[in-house]
Design a binder for this molecule. Structure first.
Ligand code: NAD
Length: 323
């Protein structure tokens, strides 16, 4: 098989490229470099610079590289930006996916793996979110992921493509310092950013109905996530598989914001007390995956804990933010 990884120069895409190439799969990356960094890719993975919106380019890449499966990660991923620019998010995330699926169908490719998100669920009031929990996204980003899943399944059925949608929970950490997420959009880099500025970390709301009053999330190490992609790719490669799979990718364990900040304090040695501010609109008290289906159908479980996520992310932060 030869796998095309879209968004391959991104934070998660580069980890997936490294895991798949390291396991002996042939891999080619496509990335428009709007947020990607070519140096993240291993030397044996060629990078094609271009967009999933470019039908002609996609057709050429699929043919020239003899692509037989696609891992589609390329997308815009910032919730606040999606609220401000919904048409851009639908164009890039849903339009880019439609263009890609047309090229995939035209090339007779039969395997497709889609990066979805826990954002498809919105804020369900359940202890553990299973894949059967109702989807009700609360922002345009989550909507584009849910619409993307619908499109992936419909195109799979129409064109005989076997599909997997992986719904990632809160991704953190780095497989190597140079692969770290350089954006400051998720909680771990946001806290590092505050500490680096000599400011206390912020907690948005400490009066939620959770054990310590702060929001509870399911954090997943990006290296575990990359291994889940490899497991899903191998599953797609199996001769017996047809149809579609939808799988949560999390650890099945809740960690509160306060607990996470405390681990960050231990790792960085900066244990200053966090500032408690008002709740942010749209934050669910608790969002924790049931990780059972992934274990059952992919034979995959996360192995790395929160401390390892924070330590690896901190090494990456220090590399990228060295004075
Ligand atoms: N990081 C998370 O916590 C998280 C959680 C759930 C889902 N996801 C999904 O995982 C995927 C990867 O996320 P990431 O965190 O690595 O983000 P990222 O921004 O680091 O990676 C996305 C990559 O796609 C590229 N890209 C964007 N639009 C493109 C287009 N139209 N054509 C070609 N390339 C394009 C960017 O240059 C970037 O390299 C996204 O689909 C995202 O929605 C991420």
């Amino acid at each position: 098989m030869t796998w095309l990884i879209t968004g391959g120069a991104g934070y998660i895409g580069a980890h997936v490229a490294r895991a798949m190439a390291g396991a002996g799969e042939r891999v080619v990356a496509l990335d428009d470099l709007s947020a990607g960094v070519p140096a993240r890719l291993p030397a044996e993975v060629p990078l094609v610079e271009g967009s999933t919106l470019d039908a002609g380019l996609l057709e050429r890449v699929l043919a020239e590289h003899g692509v037989t499966g696609v891992v589609h990660l390329a997308a815009r991923k910032q919730v606040a930006e999606s609220v401000a620019q919904p048409t851009r998010y639908y164009r890039e995330n849903v339009g880019g996916l439609a263009t890609l699926l047309e090229a995939v169908a035209g090339a007779g490719i039969e395997r497709f793996l889609f990066s979805s998100s826990a954002a498809v669920y919105g804020n369900p009031d359940v202890d553990l979110i299973t894949e059967d929990t109702a989807c009700a996204p609360v922002n345009p980003y989550g909507e584009t992921k849910l619409a993307g899943e619908w499109l992936v399944r419909a195109a799979g059925q129409a064109h005989g493509i076997t599909t997997v949608c992986l719904r990632y929970f809160n991704v953190a950490g780095a497989g190597a310092p140079e692969l770290a997420d350089t954006g400051v959009f998720n909680i771990v880099p946001m806290v590092f950013d505050r500490l680096t500025r000599d400011e206390a970390p912020r907690i948005f709301g400490a009066d939620y109905p959770t054990p310590d009053g702060t929001c509870v999330r399911d954090y997943i190490h990006v290296a575990d996530l990359a291994e889940a992609h490899l497991a899903a790719a191998r599953r797609l490669d199996g001769k017996d598989l047809s149809g579609d799979l939808t799988v949560n990718i999390g650890r099945g364990e809740g960690v509160s914001v306060r607990e996470l900040i405390s681990v960050i304090g231990e790792v960085t040695g900066d244990r200053r007390a966090p500032l408690v501010e008002d709740r942010r609109p749209g934050d669910a008290p608790r969002a924790v995956a049931s990780a059972e289906r992934a274990a059952e159908v992919l034979g995959w479980r996360a192995r790395r804990g929160v401390r390892e996520m924070v330590e690896s992310a901190w090494r990456g932060w220090q590399l990228h933010h060295a004075k």
